[in-house]
Design a protein around this ligand. Structure first.
Ligand SMILES: [Zn+2]
Length: 285
């Protein structure tokens, strides 16, 4: 599943390759990819055609492109969604779901998605605290990489929750964009076990944890994002390489990069959590 740095890589790619271009034709090859656009695939194609794509934007892992008509084209990458920019006439990908052709006859935008958990939709823009957002994204909190992220408010919100710290990190209404991989990496850097209670976390420790989350994602972005899924590639079809520098995620039984203790893997919400038993002791009780 793409995490925030990967989504940011895709956003930058879209901004570079499609912003300012006018849509000439839209072809929906699989209706499931448009299921979140409730009026249906034909309505999606008709309303998108003729619009000029403006800036590509992101809130957490949600991605959209502003349209000249005032709405936004919202993209959910789901588990395996890819946005590809391909020359007109290039062979169709096996799992091509939506094709957008442009009036300039330049490279077309393709939404490719093997597992079809992702999709595209048109959405109305609403104002939330002075920021225009597509309506389906209005409840999503800012992510720690967002220049307008309010760290003090996020720390206070985190400490008000009566939950475990890893669950809180993954709660998109509290802090957005932190997925399983970066949550584990941030917890390792902060020397916290994910089962620690948020309401017993000191203010300084909570602030440190969020700063680590932002830092690890900035580092990943610098390296083109993390990729554990061969299906994930960015807008130009290149995979990320950050996985080589992860400290704990995916490193069960390998030595902790700080103390050498073998990394432990524990089940977590149908997935896994990775941590160092020595640097991140499990809370008592
Ligand atoms: Zn360790």
């Amino acid at each position: 599943m793409p995490e925030l740095p990967e989504v940011e890589v895709v956003r930058r790619g879209l901004h570079e390759h499609v912003a300012g271009r006018t849509v000439a034709a839209v072809e929906v090859l699989h209706p499931r990819a448009i299921r979140r656009h409730l009026p249906g695939a034909a309505d999606f194609a008709v309303r998108l055609t003729g619009q000029t794509l403006r800036a590509a934007r992101r809130r957490g892992k949600y991605l959209w492109v502003d349209l000249s008509g005032g709405d936004a084209m919202l993209a959910h990458l789901g588990m395996s969604g890819q946005m590809l920019v391909q020359p007109v006439g290039a062979p169709d990908e096996k799992h091509l779901r939506v094709r957008v052709r442009f009036a300039d006859d330049g490279p077309e935008l393709r939404f490719v998605d093997q597992r079809t958990f992702g999709g595209l939709a048109l959405a109305e823009i609403v104002e939330v605290d002075g920021t225009p957002l597509p309506r389906p994204v209005a409840h999503i909190a800012r992510d720690p990489m967002d220049p307008a992220f309010d760290a003090d408010a996020a720390v206070a919100a985190l400490r008000r929750r009566r939950t475990e710290v890893k669950r809180a990190l993954l709660d998109q209404t509290l802090v957005s964009g932190v997925g399983n991989i970066y949550a584990d990496e941030a917890l390792w850097r902060a020397r916290l076990h994910g089962l620690r209670a948020t309401d017993k976390l000191g203010r300084a420790k909570a602030a440190e944890l969020l700063a680590h989350a932002a830092q690890v994602m900035h580092e990943a972005l610098g390296e083109g994002g993390t990729s554990f899924d061969a299906l994930y590639v960015n807008v130009n079809g290149q995979s990320g390489y950050f996985d080589r520098s992860l400290a704990v995620y995916g490193r069960e039984d390998e030595p902790c990069r700080r103390c050498g203790t073998p990394v432990r893997r524990e089940p977590f919400m149908n997935r896994s959590s990775y941590s160092c038993p020595r640097c991140q002791p499990r809370p008592r009780g």
